[in-house]
Design a protein around this ligand. Structure first.
Ligand SMILES: [Zn+2]
Length: 614
């Protein structure tokens, strides 16, 4: 494989988990599916027996677990209290098509639990259930046959019966236990470094070499999660995980290339801080926290929202009438704002007012109007802001190909000059994109029973788009390809395209289509929450490190200073269990989920009960 070069700086996120163990197993291992399904394996000390109730590991693997347990005893500094030790399955990483890397730990996984891994577990549960059903069916067939033979005195049948007893087989071949490759989802992919260099530079080189040696291709965003784990042979290894790059160029490459090669395209200096389009929008002393947007399916029940959401006052509607979706959220461009400030900013109190008013419009047709409004409202706002990012990345692509600054000129001359006029094309197309999100998801929301009256919902949303200010309300122009060509021409030329067609409008609309030019995902863009709000707290995927520390302290946990080094902190509770907190903000959704899992809380419980205690 040729050496991979990326403009995006490599970011290594190191975590150390002393309470874990790693070993390799062949990808065809049957028992791994059962382990995936149960999430645990039980090991009896000192001889290694695997408990009936939980998964068995195959022969070679058992040898590994045996060695792991011996090593474990040494590390834990003594024999176990119980005869049977339960280990939790933490990670399954596919190193190559033929080989997997399995990580087990003493306590439940503290590593990020990705949606993919949750689905993988569900797949394994389903597949095991199917396998057991097939076994059960065959057993019944066999029993029926045997019962039939018992009443038969015929000599030949008796011989047949004896044969059946000795082979114990019905007509069909026995069901085959599932293997990992039977599952429609593969485990997450990664690579393994078995010898970790001490010097930082060498470590980065080792990571990049390991990635280029792997069959999976490099990271799309420059990020590599590097987890150091003890191996069964006593050595230490690092297993790497990343989101691989697809065929299309990741949008973040443009940003990084621009920052390195065409600094003149960016503001100098780039600004910091939170700057809403209308400064009076924020009071100035509101908290701005970087967060991760949670999955939309985690919206709480109607009652919870009823208790906490403000009453509809019409203020949300007024704000949108005056300022469009920018009343609720805005996008700060990387051309103008520094790392740490660029990205989507959501104004949490305004978001609540908007959702409350939207819900009141849906009250007559939707039994769960607040839930629907919270879900749809946030997605519309996010889709709108994502389009602004898309425009900026398209401009960056254009700047790189022509080696000339464009975006800032476009922003000053075309975008700003057409504010609140029907020619405010970027806002028109941003609203068109929000509407497009609705069209793409309406059927699914209806099918899943979330939305009861999709026709009414669509017309309510279109009303909201229609009473937005000039520019915003021209969203239907997105159906005409000329609008796309016009906006792309404005970016290319840096001045308003005007109404004249000839000569003014270049056929460049394709530049703005994310699905044809580059790979931009919502995850690529930082999201900030400004101020406090109910809906924002639902979508706020993870709390800050400080908050998690407060929670742990509240429940009697203390930092183990001897074990926490560098990138993480290990906390220990009264019951002896530990929880690892990475030293970075915001914590990933996975760490938050592990915290919930660790204490057995639901997210709702956390938001309403636990947060109130600290
Ligand atoms: Zn906008």
């Amino acid at each position: 494989m040729t050496e991979y070069r990326s403009w995006i700086p490599t970011q290594l996120e190191w975590t150390v988990s002393p309470a874990r163990f790693g070993f390799r197993i062949p990808a065809g291992s049957e028992d791994l599916v059962a382990t995936l399904a149960s999430g645990t394996i039980s090991v009896r000390a000192p001889t290694i027996e695997v408990a009936q109730s939980t998964a068995r590991l195959n022969e070679s693997c058992m040898r590994f677990v045996g060695a792991a347990c011996c090593r474990w005893l040494v590390l834990c500094g003594g024999p176990w209290d119980d005869a049977v030790k339960k280990f939790y399955l933490h990670d399954v990483i596919q190193l190559s098509p033929a080989e997997l890397f399995v990580v087990i730990g003493e306590s439940a996984a503290e590593v990020p639990v990705s949606p993919k891994r949750t689905q993988l577990k569900q797949e394994a549960v389903d597949r095991i259930a199917r396998f057991e059903q097939e076994m059960e069916d065959q057993r019944k067939i066999l029993e029926e046959k045997q019962a039939g033979f018992e009443h038969d005195t015929d000599e030949v049948r008796r011989i047949g019966n004896a044969m059946l007893d000795s082979f114990g087989s019905p007509d069909a071949p026995p069901p085959i236990p599932p293997v990992v490759s039977d599952l429609s989802l593969q485990p997450e992919r990664g690579s393994l470094i078995t010898r970790v260099p001490v010097r930082k530079r060498d470590r980065i080189a080792a990571v990049l070499k390991s990635v280029s040696d792997s069959v999976w291709g490099p990271s799309r965003d420059g990020k590599y999660r590097c987890a150091i784990v003890p191996m069964v042979d006593g050595s230490k290894a690092v297993y790497l995980q990343w989101t691989r790059r697809e065929v299309m160029t990741p949008a973040l490459e443009f940003k990084s290339a621009l920052e390195r090669k065409l600094k003149s395209a960016l503001s100098k200096p780039r600004r910091r801080g939170c700057a809403p389009p209308r400064p009076e929008q924020i009071s100035g002393n509101e908290d701005v926290v970087r967060g991760v947007l949670a999955n939309a399916d985690e919206i709480p029940g109607q009652n919870e929202l009823s208790d906490f959401l403000p009453r509809p006052t019409g203020e949300g509607r007024e704000a949108i009438k005056k300022n469009g979706f920018e009343a609720i959220a805005w996008y700060q461009q990387f051309h103008c704002y520094d790392e740490g400030s660029w990205g989507i900013h959501l104004h949490s109190p305004k978001l609540d007012e908007f959702v409350a008013d939207l819900a009141s419009d849906l009250r007559r047709t939707e039994a769960r109007s607040r839930q629907v409004a919270a879900l749809v409202g946030v997605q519309l706002v996010v889709a709108h802001e994502l389009f602004h990012a898309q425009v900026e990345f398209a401009a960056a692509w254009h700047e790189l190909s022509g080696r000339r600054r464009r975006y800032l000129r476009y922003f000053d001359h075309a975008y700003t000059r057409s504010r609140f006029t029907p020619d405010w094309l970027e806002e028109a197309l941003a609203n068109w994109s929000a509407h497009e999100w609705l069209l793409e998801n309406l059927d699914r929301l209806h099918r899943d029973g979330i939305v009861q009256d999709p026709i009414r919902l669509r017309s309510v949303v279109e009303d909201w788009l229609d009473f937005s200010p000039a520019g915003y309300r021209e969203w239907r122009a997105g159906d005409d390809h000329v609008t796309w060509d016009r906006l792309a021409s404005e970016i290319a030329k840096g001045d308003p395209s005007g109404h004249g067609f000839n000569g003014n409008v270049l056929p460049l609309g394709g530049l703005l289509r994310r699905d044809t030019l580059f790979d931009l995902r919502l995850d690529d863009i930082p999201v900030y929450f400004v101020g406090q709000g109910v809906v924002a707290s639902i979508y706020f995927g993870s709390p800050s490190r400080r908050e998690v520390a407060q929670v742990l302290r509240h429940f009697g946990y203390g930092v183990l200073s001897a074990r926490g080094k560098g990138s993480h902190e290990v906390w220990k509770g009264g019951d002896g269990r530990t929880f690892t907190v990475p030293l970075r903000d915001p914590l990933s959704i996975g760490v938050f989920h592990s915290l919930l899992e660790h204490f057995g809380w639901s997210k709702q419980q956390y938001m309403q009960e636990i947060r109130a205690k600290i």
